[in-house]
Design a protein around this ligand. Structure first.
Ligand SMILES: Nc1ncnc2c1ncn2[C@@H]1O[C@H](COP(=O)(O)OP(=O)(O)O)[C@@H](O)[C@H]1O
Ligand SMILES: [Mg+2]
Length: 509
């Protein structure tokens, strides 16, 4: 028969032999089995945060790997267990008090549960399992009682280790999140995140990880596409495709096959089957840019896809399920269009789940200096200009006073134009339309911008022409030129521009 001292020493060495408590317990189990007919062992902690017993290590004859298990206890049982005296084993059998059924796993066998105390309270239990309760002899109980101290110490060490591990995992998670945030900051190069775009960026961070539809509202050139990108790349879909559709640029008769694809022979010219943009965006993000330009017929079909998350190719029979994040954008006042029956109300409701308004540049002028520097750096690099050109004194101030009807895009184009014109001299930005500012009132250029009071018609006209010119990158006549967009004769437009002292800028594209 094993001597008490030997048993104590051997068990202690084994239970403290590894910080992996499961390994240590398996070792102890092997040793116990040499002396007693037991068939399993379990080490559990009393988890006060959970109000439950957590089985952290189990070994049985032919099983070594158990997942951790949480055993919730009823309130009564919980308080009863708290009172279990230290080193007084409890024996349970199949005909025991059934309240303990959850706590012990009998399956018609017997268990001996030894309470483990630390700092004057119960911290866990060590359980032995046998086929019959007669195997729990007086001798075994005596030996079990003797080792309760080292087992408790091993258990608390394992817990401390676990807590430490969890803390460092939490830290690592924080770190990952921070880096993700950094990624959003650095890689996408959104200027003004701490300035005029801070509110938008806050919303972006909130909405990106959710998979809901986002509607980006803002004037042309404010950065809607950039924000759509940022949302995609910080979403769960970031490893999937980002597919952009310019809803205003697809001829009406092609919209269906562009968006949803077509089967071979669906219409004249459909010589092969083709996947549409929705299908290509599967498991990624589809960016429906200028969604306000969609003809009503296409709006109906888009709504159906948003409702069912299924598409049907033109000429196809089957519905193809798609798993897609939808981001839509428009510079239009969709609500107004709904009132005018130019945009379907039901589609607007679908899209308007999380509207995000990107303010025009004139409402966040504090971002202008950083944007100018950003674009100078970016364009200079693209153009192979090694030395960053300086900005002439006073130029920045003038840029700050300008109204920027074309928003960030206009500013970007201006910087590019300036770099082309100036080469290596300092940048003066005198090609700025409307400079010197102050001769005219600043004009809110968009249809839906809030205009505080009535403006002189000439101011509105001048601002509108400037805005259109910004959009056409200074192109006056010809296809895609400002005259065409404004539906006036180019010579009429030139006369107006002369009257309002608006310069036509050289097209840089
Ligand atoms: N906050 C910003 N920081 C850096 N670049 C910007 C920012 N906002 C817009 N841009 C740039 O300005 C241009 C126009 O932005 P874009 O996203 O296409 O506007 P929108 O889609 O609203 O018309 C793009 O080249 C974009 O990269
Ligand atoms: Mg755009």
């Amino acid at each position: 028969m094993v001597k008490k001292d030997d048993f104590f020493r051997e068990t202690t060495l084994r239970i403290c032999g590894s910080l992996q408590i499961a390994t240590a317990l398996a070792d102890v189990f092997d040793y116990f089995k040499r002396h007693f007919p037991i068939i399993g062992m379990r080490l559990s902690i009393k988890d006060d945060d959970l109000g439950a017993i957590r089985n952290i290590a189990l070994v049985a004859d032919n099983q070594r790997e158990f997942p951790e298990e949480i055993v919730p206890l009823s309130k009564e049982l919980w308080s009863e267990v708290q009172d279990w005296a230290p080193r007084v084993p409890h024996i349970f059998t199949a005909d025991m008090d059934e309240r303990f059924a959850a706590l012990v796993k009998l399956e018609s066998k017997a268990e001996l549960v030894m309470p483990l105390w630390m700092d004057e309270k119960l911290c866990g239990v060590l359980t032995l399992r046998a086929t019959r309760k007669e195997h729990f002899t007086k001798r075994l109980i005596e030996l079990m009682t003797s080792i309760s101290r080292p087992v408790t110490i091993a258990l608390t060490n394992a817990l401390a280790h676990e807590r430490l591990k969890r803390t460092s995992e939490l830290l690592a998670e924080d770190n990952r999140l921070m880096r993700k945030e950094y990624y959003l900051r650095a890689a996408d190069e959104i200027i003004g995140q701490d300035g005029g775009m801070s509110h938008v960026m806050h919303m972006v961070r909130q909405v990106a990880p959710l998979n809901n539809t986002v509607l980006l509202l803002g004037e042309t050139g404010t950065g809607k596409e950039l924000i759509a990108n940022a949302i995609h790349f910080s979403s769960a879909y970031k490893d999937g495709p980002f597919v952009k559709v310019n809803c205003g640029a697809i001829p009406e008769q092609l919209i269906d096959s562009e968006l949803f694809g077509h089967e071979k022979g669906a219409f004249t010219g459909a010589v092969t089957a083709q996947r549409g943009r929705f299908e290509r965006a599967n498991h990624g993000t589809i960016f429906l840019d200028e969604v306000g330009e969609l003809p009503l017929q296409a709006q109906i079909r888009l709504l159906r896809v948003l409702q069912t998350r299924e598409i049907e190719r033109v000429g196809g029979q089957r519905a193809i399920p798609v798993d897609i994040r939808v981001i839509a954008a428009t510079h239009r006042n969709l609500e107004g269009m709904v009132l005018e029956n130019r945009f379907r109300e039901d589609l607007w409701f679908r899209l308007n789940v999380f509207p995000l308004i990107i303010p025009p540049l004139r409402q966040r002028k504090e971002d202008i200096p950083a944007l100018i520097v950003h674009f100078i750096d970016k364009k200079a690099k693209e153009m192979g200009i090694r030395k960053r050109p300086a900005i002439a004194p006073g130029a920045l101030e003038q840029l700050m006073r300008y109204n920027w009807p074309g928003n960030v895009r206009e500013l970007e184009n201006l910087v590019e134009r300036e770099l082309i014109i100036r080469h290596d001299a300092s940048l003066v930005f005198d090609s700025l339309p409307n400079a010197p500012a102050g001769t005219r009132q600043p004009v809110a250029a968009s249809e839906d911008a809030d205009i505080s009071g009535p403006l002189p018609l000439d101011d509105v006209l001048a601002a509108h022409i400037e805005r259109v010119l910004a959009r056409t990158k200074g192109k006056v006549s010809g296809s895609g030129g400002a005259a065409e967009l404004l539906r006036v004769n180019p010579s009429t437009l030139r006369a107006r521009m002369k009257k309002y002292n608006i310069r036509s800028k050289p097209s840089v594209m």
